[in-house]
Structure formats: C-alpha cells, structure tokens
Design a protein around this ligand. Sequence first.
Ligand code: BES
Ligand code: MN
Ligand code: ZN
Length: 500
Amino acid sequence: MPRVKIDFAAPALPKQGTLVLFVGDDLVLPQIGKAKWPAEFDAAVKKAAAAEGFKGKPKSTLVLSAPAGLEADKVIIAGTGKVEDRAKADPVMLGGAIKGALGKAKHATILFTGPKGFNETPEAAAHFALGLRLRAYSFDRYKSKKDDDAPKGDLAVTIATQDPAAAKKIWSAESGVADGVELARDLVNEPPNVLYPAEFGRRAAELEKLGVDVEILDGKKLEKIGMRALLGVGQGSERDSRVAIMRWNGAKKGSKDKPIAFIGKGVCFDTGGISIKPAGGMEDMKGDMAGAACVVGLMHALAARKAKVDAIGVIGLVENMPDGNAQRPGDIVTSLSGQTIEIINTDAEGRLVLADILWYTKDRFKPQFMIDLATLTGAIMVALGQDNAGLFSNNDELAERLTKAGQETGEHVWRMPLGKAYDKMIDSKFADMKNTGGRFGGAITAAQFLQRFVEDVPWAHLDIAGTAMGSPSSDINQSWSSGWGVRLLDRLVRDHYEAE
Ligand code: BES
Ligand code: MN
Ligand code: ZN
C-alpha cells in the first residue's frame, strides 16, 4: 500500500506538485502570508470557474493543470460553501475528501487556510491529516498484479498552516490513532487461513514494541482456568483457541484509578458450527473478529500516543468449525462464572466467548468499566442498519459518554433497551440459561446474555455487526473493513479517563 507522508510548514507556494487551496462561495483566493497571487493566476481561476460553473459549493472542486503564473503542476481549488457550511465541516472528512481529489498525486501542498469560519486551528490541521491517512488506506497485500488505477508510490503532503509546530505535535499523537485504525482494518481484511487464533495472538503480541504488556493464554491454560464456554466454541476446529491480554500502564505511578477494560469478540472464522450457516456470503465471516481487531487497534493508539491511563484489552480468539468433535445443539457447558449454558444454536457463539472473558476481566482486574465490542448479531443490522452500532449498557453515564464520543467522531452508537422481560427469554429448561432467545429481539437477548456475566461493573456492549465490515465507501474509508470503534474509544478515553 502506498504510504502518505505528512509534514507541516508555514504557508508558502510550492515549486512543484499539486497545490490545494480552499475558497468560499465568493471564490476569493486565500492569503499566503504577505505574498500576492500572480495576476495571471487570478484571471485563470476566474475563467476556469466560469467555464466549469464552479460556485465554491462544499465538496465541489475546480482543477487547473499547468496553472498560469504558478510553479505548481496542478491546482485543486476546493469549495467550502458558506460560513454556516464551514462551521459544520469536519476536518477529518475534509482530509479524506481531499485525498480522494488528489488521486494519484505524489506530491501535494495543502494551503490549510481559508475564508472566514474555516477551522484552521492546529487541531483541525492534524485532524485533516488523519482524514488523508484514513482515505489512503487500501488492502492489496494479496494482489499479485496491482490495479492500474490505484496510486503507485508514496504521497508526500505538506500541510501549510499558521502554527506548524503546534500542528505537528498534535499530529504525532493523532498519527498513532491512524496507525491503530489501519491495524484494525488490516486484521479484519486478512483471510481466515492466514489469521487464525494463534496468529492473531502473535499480531497482538507485536504491541510489546510500543510498551504494552501482552500475555497469551493457549487452550491448555484456558482449560485450567475453566473457560469452558469459550473453549466449547473452538472445539470443532483444528486450530487451538487463545485469549490475549494486553496491558497499557500509562497512568502515573501510584494512581488510585482502577484500570479501564476493553473486551473483543475474536471469532477468526464463523461457519456457524454444526448449526452451519448458508454458503452465500459466508466468506464475510472472516471479519467476525472485528471486535478483537478494534481492541488491538485501540491499544495500539493508546500506547502510541502515550495515553495517561491504565487500559486493559482482553480478546477471545477462536474458530467456529463443524467437525466430529464440534459442540452440539443440546450440549450444556459450565462457564468460568460457574453458570451453566445450554447450547441451542452453535452459531450463537460470540456470546459464549465473551461470557468467559468478561467474567475473567471483571474478576482479575476489577476495572472501572468494561466495554465489549462484538460482531454479535445479524439482528442489530436489521434494527439499525450500518450507520449506528447497537449500544447496550447498565450505566447511563457510560452510555451518554459513548453517545457523545460517537457524535464527535462520526462513529455513531444508538442505545437499545435491556430489561427483565428480555432476560427471561434466555432462561433454559435444563441449564441456568440458553444461548439463544428465539426469533424476536435477537440483538437484545444476546446483550442480556452478556449482562449475566458482568455483575455490577459499569458495562457497555457494542454490537458492531453492521458497522465493522462491508461498510459503504466514505470519504475516509474505501476498504471492506472500516476499523470502526478505534476512534470512538480513543475519544472516549481522551475526554474522560486520562489524567491531566
Ligand atoms: N457472527 C454472527 C453475526 C453476524 C452476522 C455478524 C452477519 C456480521 C454479519 C453471529 O455469530 C451469529 O451467527 N449470530 C446469529 C445468532 C442467532 C443464531 C441467534 C445471527 O445473528 O443470526
Ligand atoms: Mn455465529
Ligand atoms: Zn459470530
């Protein structure tokens, strides 16, 4: 994948490459320090705008090749509309859109300044860079012939801004978030013959390079601990199950705050098991580890930007396969909590994995809160589509904070109900509970199941089946996998859980 190299500098006109500048609906060119635009360039812009009917509307661009009076090879004039439009504009999205407009460019200078109301703070400049990076992501590791239309070689971008030093500093943290999102996308895009539980564990262990402590528990160890609900899911697979525990200790020594914990469903492939899924689209189930991928991406982001918090990531890595040793409908397993579970449908496996790691995390780490992420149910896609993840929580404050972080990052969550009447739906004739709740409220009964393993720890469950993969292309994502949740949770941590 071509890389984007980002640098920040004071506003100046480039001697080569593509120049990007922003105008409002009055088409007035932005100022570049004390320098003046050459008169012939000004005239060329007016003429081109008239010829193309360019009105400076948001998301519209006017392109001039070999622009008169400038040394740049090409100029892209990007519309930002009216003052009100600019106030609403998200710099991350703008960065993505501009990367799209840059296409195959190898060298670009962005004049990150503009008409009244254009957000040109150092934060905005760094967020713009984040958008550029996210848009540039592609997963082409397994293409032996590269696509003719795809950009080749790296793109060097200079973002010209009033306070380049401040922007650079913010970007040094923000680029860690970009790396985390890319890592999560990579993990979800990887094929399931490459990324099986042990290999996923090794990828998680690479976080040690950033100072994260990583512990990998193999099947034998999990057996000893008593994670039978998790192990039951993997017992039809040739590939041994794993649990990976990642610890980032970024809080000050002696801090009395309890750690925060993130838990991810890592079903490296979900065939459904004996309750096997239909063939059509089954290949998408390589992405059934997106929750775990998000947790790894988040831990990467927190460590890379040296977040001042103690954070724990726990992921359950299994492969759900049918074979002679596979779990059967009707089996009863004893979970780590001691509660027994009757398996009704072996395709409702994610909750079995989460049940044991939620309980384990709660017992071992006594966290301030637990947030789990899981591609848990098809039902959440029926309910919410692809623009909102389902949010279930036993804690209003945590739910509100997540909702706000969702609005800030564009990774939206929508709160769904929990309650006794739903909980009853998973009572079992033969065991303490069963792993499905019938046809109605499928995403809710799945969440109710999880809630039986968290006791009173503040907890939120994010059902990301609709948001993590197969996402529609956007200004900041063109890949099958979105890396959804890394930016959301990074923002949540920044806004509420880091020491000053
Ligand atoms: N991994 C699936 C859920 C899923 C479906 C994620 C489509 C992404 C896209 C999960 O393990 C599953 O199979 N859930 C079942 C539960 C049912 C058997 C109670 C479902 O949603 O159909
Ligand atoms: Mn399943
Ligand atoms: Zn699944």
